[in-house]
Ligand binder design. Sequence first.
Ligand code: ADP
Ligand code: MG
Length: 565
Amino acid sequence: MKTKQFKAESKRLLDMMIHSIYTHKEIFLRELISNASDAMDKLYFRSLTDEKVGMNREDFAIDLKIDKDARTLTITDNGIGMTQEELEKNLGTIANSGSLKFKNENKLEDDVDIIGQFGVGFYSAFMVAKRVTVRSKAYGSDEAYQWQSEGVDGYTIEPCDKETVGTEIILEIKDDAEDETYSEFLEQYRIQGLVKKYSDYIRYPIRMDMTKSRRKETENADKDAAPEYEEYVENETLNSMVPLWRKNKSELTDADYNAFYKEKFFDYNEPLLHIHTKSEGTATFNALLYIPSKAPYDYYTKEYEKGLQLYSSGVMIMEKCADLLPDYFSFVKGLVDSEDLSLNISRELLQHDRQLKIIAKALEKSIRNELTKLLKNDRAAYEKFFEAFGLQLKFGVYNGYGMNKDALKDLLLFYSSSEKKPVTLAEYVSRMKEDQTCIYYATGENIARIDHLPQTELVKDKGFEILYLTENVDEFAIKMLMNYEGKEFKSVSAGDLDLETEEEKKEIEEKSKEHADLFNDMQKALEGKVKSVRLSQRLKSHPVCLTSEGALSLEMEKVLNAMPT
Ligand code: ADP
Ligand code: MG
């Protein structure tokens, strides 16, 4: 038997494959399972036109087997298999994709989605295996062949015994080294976890014998004796197969959606709402998004990572794709599944993709619409949402250099002096008095404090509604908005409120003249501490108040002064 050499280029490429294309060696299983799924899709597709195949969709399955003593992991499929030539062509030439060829040559049905396209995934097996053996029998052939390789040094192909049509891939897992361990890939729970993570929505069952332990049933049990356990083996299907988001909305209940959320995103709480969209057009995708009912404990910290899971043909490509969400909606959880993403060769990262941008834009819009709907139809739920994530929306207005303000301004809530609850800017404006020109706001630590500020008393007394801003970011967001429907925001602490009638103004002027000496003396006494001392109409129950005349309110100055420089 002659060992064939990989072509020189192939050798270099293979070395590169094994050592640098993939950042996580665990993806080898995803690649091999995807290949098995493709092979079964091909035979299934064949069965649609060829009665002799004699197989239904339910007859296809992938079997995983761990042999710890032999240190092998075996992946078996009953797909279309490979002939001797195909073994040579597909596994002996890097970047040759039989699957891509198949996709191009056949007009595939909707329910066949071939995953392979680059012709490199198979070689990821060498990241964890010191030797790979592929035993395969092609559909329609009487002979079976075995391909074997230890990596860059080449491969052998020889006839072998194999009864059934399909392919069996045996990985001899590498020995642990000081800096790298491989034995984890012989642990059933690790393998189960990898199937769940990357291949949960492969359409065919992925099965494995799981060794479990249970309490032994003993007759006339002695109550005081320690319980006895026994091991037993159960063949389990590891993947859930049907992606929830590919089902029709009409088939699904809130309970289905919520259970999926809790399991997938590890939250004990029910989500506040879900958004399930399908889009066909400039971008074809399915998305299932959730808004949590509570902010995660690390939400307002640097540790929190935004992003949606990204799937391509049911295979997970990326766990947290940040580009799919704007920062101001970073609290959204969920996933996107799209068949027409341009993946790069490792299927780990996307090239800067136009498609991705289109999807992100569409998602932003549907999140915004859904929140607007919630605000309109279920105020209590919206207020709950705003309690958890309103701060992020306000940061969004402020951080976007005003770019996001139009998207967000109608989603904001501020506490109202007259309504005694959070209100929208639109609601405020709808209640404005005829002669009112601005939207008044007051800032402070909390509602009770603001309520007792001398500055607010007068404005309230004149019958105007005031928005109370209690978060540091509030006033920055307001400044960024500048106005709402042409109505400017004005702080009740600003110097030029202009609330007095002509008569009152005259009275002040006269009194100011009358007591000019007194004010001058006061100003001198407070030299350097205040800019000027004036008689004010603003005070009701308080003898004096501090105000500011610049662009910044006293509260903003406080925030700015507290910031590290
Ligand atoms: P890709 O899947 O992107 O085409 P791979 O390197 O993963 O590239 O696989 C190369 C080719 O080998 C596939 O296109 C397919 O033709 C063939 N192949 C791999 N695994 C199997 C399998 N289990 N059964 C049948 N053919 C396979
Ligand atoms: Mg592949």
